[in-house]
Design a protein around this ligand. Sequence first.
Ligand code: CP
Length: 325
Amino acid sequence: MARRQPDPSDSPKGSFLPFRHRHLLGIAQLNQQEIIDLLDRAEAMIPISRQRKTLPNLAGKTQINLFFENSTRTQASFEIAGKRLGATVMNMAVRTSSVAKGETLVDTAATLNAMQPDAIVVRHGSSGAVELLSQKVECAVLNAGDGAHEHPTQALLDALTIRRHKGRLNGLTVAICGDIANSRVARSNLILLGAMRARTRVIAPKSLLPRGVDQMASEVFTDMRKGLEGADVVMMLRLQNERASGKLIPSVREYYKFYGLDAEKLSHANADALVMHPGPMNRGVEIDPAIADGPQSVITQQVEMGVAVRMAVLDALLNKDADDA
Ligand code: CP
């Protein structure tokens, strides 16, 4: 997709706001200006990441990645981001750690805290587990996804990808389609897009819509074609079978027929609509492979923006002296 120039109000600036938070637990803790500031910081990291440069910003700092749930994109990009900023990065192998012997989350947190890390990046299957861990340690904690609660860096990288293509977030119509009920990605995106004054739509069968969804999105649709009408961005979500979503639909074949993004359904969105997916994708379940790999897809660009966004948030949280200078 061709890129438009960013709107001046959203464009990168030379200096950034001091980041006033100790942790990044969710988008809900950020106001509009802080979101724009993190996107600007990430924009500034893109050329550094593309040139595979290493900055000295986090030299002497230690980052621990603690993933209790599987990850490809988030864990790898947090590791690359930390290393591109000069940090020492340690990936905890949770499956072979003492967690497997029954050690609790709180004891694991206390143990890691005793090793004096500067940041712990945590993914956990339970909503609220990352916040609990943040109360037990002295370092910065970054939420890499907790249950169906939040995935803040995913929403930031999605916003950065959209802003780079559309030049703005304000006033865009963004349709989020699929397993809304179990999706931390949907939740973080809805909070962020709402704060940025985008028009948000969710599209799903009733069984995959959470209670109170009309408070989370501008509009709610169960008919995908109607929901995609006039959309600038189509964000597809994976069926979260590890959270039993498969039991909430009659069959995968039927789900694909009504909610799988194919060329015919995509034709109801604007002709220049972006197609997004946080990954991992289930091709042929929520998206036609031809659309996932097609000209409107920005899915691999989302992955690239993940490194820049994670560099930005690590720098904002751990390099506060630079903000004060
Ligand atoms: N989008 C995302 O969180 O992907 P991973 O599960 O691979 O980290």
